[in-house]
Every structure is written in C-alpha cells, then in structure tokens.
Design a protein around this ligand. Structure first.
Ligand SMILES: [Fe+2]
Ligand SMILES: [Fe+2]
Length: 217
C-alpha cells in the first residue's frame, strides 16, 4: 500500500458518514454489523473490560516484536513509543471503568485474534513470518479503528462518543505504521499481495463469529 492510498483511507475515515461506505474504510472487506453498537452499549462493563485487554495485548505485541527483531533499528525505534501509547490507552480505559464504578473483569478468550493467528505463516522464510506478524497487527488496528468509529458515531452517551473518537484516530495511525514497517523490510508488491489475502481471511472470520456486545471484535 503506498502513502497516497493510506492518506486516502485516512481521509475517508475522517469524512465518511455512517453508511454502507464504511466497508471501504482501511480496506476492510466487511463492515461491522450496525446492531453491534446497540449490543455493546447495553454491556458497558464487559465491553470496557474487553477493550482494556485489547490495549494490553497491543502493548505486549509491540514488546514481543521489539524483542524478536532487535536487529531491525527502525522497527525498534518506531514501536517503542507505541508500547507507551497502548499502555496509556489501557490506563485510560481502566480509569473509565473506575469512574463508572465498574470492575475490570477477567480476560476472556479472544476468538477473533485466535482465528487470525491460525492464518499466520508457521514455516516459510523469516521474511514471510515478519510480514505476517506486521500485517496481523495492522489488521487488528484497522478493525479496532473501524469498531471505535462505530462506537464514536452510534453511542448515545456524548462523553463516550468523544472518548472513542480519540481511540479511533490513534489506532488509524498505528495501522499505517505497521504497513509502513512492512514496506521498509519487504518488497511493496509482496506486502500488497499478502495484505489482500489477510483482508479476505479477516472478512471470513468476521462473518463466522457470533455477534456479541461484550467483545470489541
Ligand atoms: Fe490502542
Ligand atoms: Fe493501536
């Protein structure tokens, strides 16, 4: 994906109305079922808990990438501040739970991420494994971004709408960073080709997962 395409996607994200065009955001092939926001709004404690763990996992994934690819200077340089940012997100969600006198529940099985992980190259070259790790992170950021957009537009609570708009903007930036990192180390044509395969797989997974309001994905 080239820079112009990424910028175009971001522009779409900023300007788009809540409509069927949402499916084109960030290249995702399947828009979130509009009923999801209504379900999420009814189970705020669960959705905030699940969101908190998504942020924690985002921070952990960046730390793992840094440990595994310590020889890749740009990756280490770019992902280090993201760890701090994601942990800041975790703390912001935690504070929101506390403010509302809600509890951080236990971490649940993340069916979405588990299904995505099955698509990751196991054998293959070191390059293919790196590409898949970066694209999986990009994809989770993209879908989270789309979900935050849904929440920022569909929730009734004005404060929470703004709260989620800020997350949406932040995750859009992370999505582009992971794609850019992939293109730093791997030929653009290969990145583009594999990204399309990931998008197709993700749409299949989304279609198979049961719609539930207590999960971010
Ligand atoms: Fe985040
Ligand atoms: Fe993120």
């Amino acid at each position: 994906m080239d820079k112009i395409e990424i910028k175009f996607n971001l522009l779409l994200l900023q300007n788009m109305e809540f409509s069927q065009h949402t499916k084109t955001i960030l290249g995702l092939k399947l828009p979130t079922d509009p009923r999801w926001v209504n379900l999420a709004q009814k189970s705020l404690e669960d959705i905030l808990t699940d969101h908190a763990y998504c942020e924690q996992k985002a921070a952990t994934s960046c730390i793992s990438l840094i440990q595994r690819y310590s020889d890749k200077e740009k990756l280490v340089q770019e992902l280090s501040p993201i760890v701090t940012e994601e942990w800041g997100h975790f703390r912001a969600v935690l504070a929101e739970l506390q403010k509302r006198e809600l509890k951080l529940g236990r971490q649940r099985r993340d069916e979405y991420v588990n299904e995505l992980m099955k698509f990751e190259t196991r054998g293959g070259s070191e390059e293919e494994r790196l590409l898949d790790k970066l694209l999986m992170c990009a994809l989770i950021e993209a879908r989270s971004c789309e979900r935050f957009k849904r929440l920022s537009e569909g929730l009734e609570d004005k404060y929470l709408k703004d709260f989620y708009r800020r997350f949406m903007e932040s995750e859009a930036g992370h999505y582009t960073l992971f794609i850019e990192l992939a293109e730093t180390y791997i030929e653009k044509e290969k990145v583009r080709h594999r990204w399309q395969q990931w998008l197709t797989k993700e749409a299949e997974i989304m279609q198979q997962l049961r719609l539930r309001g207590d999960r971010m994905h």
